[in-house]
Design a protein around this ligand. Structure first.
Ligand SMILES: NC(=O)c1ccc[n+]([C@@H]2O[C@H](COP(=O)([O-])OP(=O)(O)OC[C@H]3O[C@@H](n4cnc5c(N)ncnc54)[C@H](OP(=O)(O)O)[C@@H]3O)[C@@H](O)[C@H]2O)c1
Length: 241
């Protein structure tokens, strides 16, 4: 029970990695706070956690809308009194190049993958600062890391740009919080099997040879989250062998 009574917000937890992290957090005794837009998916994850006697609640929130984020964080505080961990995981896929992409999709990608996560963090941060304790865990991608295998040009496309924004933000946030006990991690997984590519209507969205198992990635996230308070894993890159 390594997360006993910890309140853990997981954005984008109706499917994929966020869903798998939610089950592991619940198994470790954490109070799971699910956040996404699709109620049907959130309810399914909540029901599964309740069946296994875990503590969970969901909140429907589009992280592109700062007013929805503010209301959601207020509701979470009212229900759980405190927040211990924020996992910024919500994201969408796009493989178009910045110059070629439909401007609406470009905006959607940045407003979700970058600005939405940044805004969520700044709504939660006052609660962390008030206790001088807390953990911001940013799920980014190898597309937002320099020291990864080369071989494709994803890093220079829209998705890569949105993820690099998060890499820069994570670094800036770590500097901003250097004299506090609040931890910040940037987590950079390579491809894994989730709903990411299906939701973006990409061909062959599952079971590709380059994909890792989502449960394996969730296991690593749990390992990092459950280190002692004075041990920080600042950055981790995980790729398919
Ligand atoms: N799969 C990969 O190969 C891979 C590799 C590296 C990094 N990642 C990153 O891992 C994270 C999790 O993705 P995944 O692969 O697990 O994909 P996924 O199964 O599609 O999960 C993404 C989650 O984000 C939510 N979401 C999307 N837009 C949102 C919004 N505006 N507001 C709130 N929630 C929103 C989705 O739910 P709703 O649509 O219902 O809101 C869903 O729950 C993403 O940041 C992704 O970029 C994925």
């Amino acid at each position: 029970m390594k997360l006993k009574d910890k309140t853990v917000i997981i954005t984008g937890s109706g499917s994929g990695l966020g869903e798998q992290i939610a089950y592991r957090v619940a198994n470790e005794g954490g109070k799971v706070v699910l956040v996404a837009r699709t109620e049907k998916e959130l309810r399914k994850v909540k029901d599964k956690i309740i069946k296994s006697k875990g503590a969970v609640e969901y909140f429907i929130c589009d992280i592109r809308d700062i007013d929805q984020i503010k209301k959601t964080v207020n509701k979470i505080i009212n229900k759980f009194s405190k927040i211990d961990i924020l996992i910024n995981n919500a994201g969408i896929w796009t493989d178009e190049e910045l110059e070629k992409i439909d401007p609406d999709r470009r905006r959607e990608a940045f407003e979700t993958n970058s600005l939405g996560n940044i805004n969520f963090t700044y709504e939660v941060l006052p609660y962390f600062k008030g206790r001088n304790k807390g953990y911001v865990f940013n799920i980014i991608s190898t597309a937002g890391a320099s020291d990864t295998p080369s071989g494709n040009n994803i890093f220079w496309k829209t998705y890569g740009a949105t993820k690099w924004a998060m890499t820069g933000f994570t670094k800036a946030l770590n500097d901003e919080l250097k004299d506090t006990k609040i931890k910040v991690t940037s987590f950079h997984p390579g491809g894994f099997d989730s709903m990411l590519y299906e939701k973006a209507k990409r061909p062959n969205p599952h079971n590709q040879p380059w994909m890792m198992k989502t449960v394996d990635i969730a296991e690593i996230v749990l390992f990092i989250l459950t280190r002692p308070d004075d041990v920080l894993i600042e950055k981790m890159i995980v790729s398919k062998k």
